[in-house]
Structures are given as C-alpha cells and as structure tokens.
Design a protein around this ligand. Structure first.
Ligand code: ADP
Ligand SMILES: Cc1cn([C@H]2C[C@H](O)[C@@H](COP(=O)(O)O)O2)c(=O)[nH]c1=O
Ligand code: ZN
Length: 186
C-alpha cells in the first residue's frame, strides 16, 4: 500500500480556500472514491453539517471539536479526507493527519495561514511543513482592487485572534493596503 499525500490550501479570507477544497471533493466524488469531510464545530457561521464557501457552494461535513475525533469516523476504506478551517483546530491535528497519510489516505486541509495581526496560525504552519503540495490563494484587495490580497484586516471588534465573522468584521487586503490601514487606524 502506498502512502497518501497532503495538500494544504492557505491564504487570507475570501481567497477561495473553501472553493478549492470543494473542487477537490468534486474530483474524488466524480471518481466514485470514498471520502469524508470535516470542519471545526467552532465555525457556526452557516451551519454545522456543511462547509460553505462565500459564493455559497456547499458540501456535507462532519463537525468536530478535537482532531482525534476524525479517526473515530473513519471506516478504513477512505481514499481521501478533507478538512476545512484548520486554523480553529489544535496542533494535534498534525499527528492525526500524518497517521492518515501513512495509512494511504490523501488528506486535503484548508485554512488561514495568518491571523488579522499577520501572526501565523501554528497548526496551519505545521501542516504546511509536512505538505506535498501547498496551494497559496490570493483575494482581490478590498482597498485597491488589485488581485494581490494576501492578508486579512479586521476593522471592528476586539483583538482576539480567534473571532468568527465575515464581511461584518474582516476584509482581504494586499500588503501595502494592510500597512496603510494599520498606520491610519492604530
Ligand atoms: N475580496 C475578494 N476576493 C476574491 N473573492 C471574493 C472577495 N470577496 C468575496 N469573494 C467571493 O468569495 C469567493 C471565495 O470564497 P471561499 O471559497 O469561501 O474563500 P475562503 O474559504 O478563502 O474564505 C469567491 O469566489 C468570490 O465569490
Ligand atoms: C483573519 C481571521 C479570521 N478569523 C475567522 C473569521 C472566519 O470565521 C474564519 C475564516 O473564514 P474564511 O473561510 O477563511 O473566510 O476565521 C479569525 O478567527 N481570526 C482571524 O485572525
Ligand atoms: Zn491593496
């Protein structure tokens, strides 16, 4: 039996991470492969039984609190496992993902690489270190309109780096616009 591979999809908010994950899910589904899709329970924006992109495409998913729960859902015949919003899961996700890859499962993870403070989410960084392929997505910068958005700027609320939200709190921006907004507002 061959090992599986790890693909990690990262970028700022609105950059198409969930859409890209859903595209891979479609490829496996078209090939009649056995898959499981997971998401952290903390992300209650839409519902707890689906992953949903900002453009509203959706796929059924199992909501989990701890990475180890993923293993309890596996039946031993899965070809691939998909996990969205990995930044909300703890760092034991690394061991769980490695265990799945070693048992021949392809694993696809999507999540934020950086918080709105431009600090790395450690769990994402760990997964990127083990990845066979990293897909770094960009968004359209909300300020200048260029397709160079690599950061997320938070314009309301507290300083918490875990804070669920969407257009009510966050915009995607390029580095220049991020620095300009920070200088203007801090
Ligand atoms: N600033 C933006 N740049 C690019 N896409 C955006 C932007 N704002 C909204 N969108 C929409 O968001 C969709 C991507 O959503 P999604 O896959 O959920 O991204 P992510 O998971 O990275 O937040 C795009 O297809 C587009 O319709
Ligand atoms: C930047 C940033 C975002 N979040 C939250 C906000 C959303 O609920 C998700 C990201 O969703 P998306 O699918 O990538 O659009 O994460 C956060 O908690 N902390 C942050 O710094
Ligand atoms: Zn910009």
């Amino acid at each position: 039996m061959n090992s599986g591979s790890l693909v990690v999809i990262v970028g700022p908010m609105y950059s198409g991470k969930t859409s890209e994950l859903i595209s891979f899910i479609e490829i496996y589904t078209l090939g009649k492969k056995k898959i499981k899709v997971f998401k952290p329970k903390i992300d209650y924006r839409y519902n707890n039984t689906q992953i949903v992109s900002h453009s509203k495409s959706a796929v059924d998913a199992i909501a989990i609190t701890k990475p180890k729960e993923i293993l309890t859902y596996l039946q031993g015949n899965e070809n691939a496992v998909f996990i969205d919003e990995v930044q909300f899961l703890d760092e034991t996700l690394r061991e769980v993902v490695l265990q799945m890859i070693e048992s021949g499962i392809d694993v696809y993870c999507a999540g934020l690489d950086l918080s709105f403070k431009a600090n790395p989410f450690i769990v994402t960084a760990l997964l990127m270190a083990h990845a066979d392929n990293i897909i770094k997505k960009k968004a359209v910068c909300h300020e200048c309109g260029e397709y160079r958005g690599t950061l997320t700027y938070k314009f309301v609320g507290n300083g918490d780096e875990i804070d669920i939200g969407g257009f009510d709190k966050y915009i995607a921006v390029c580095r220049d616009c991020y620095l300009k907004l920070k200088q203007k507002n801090e």
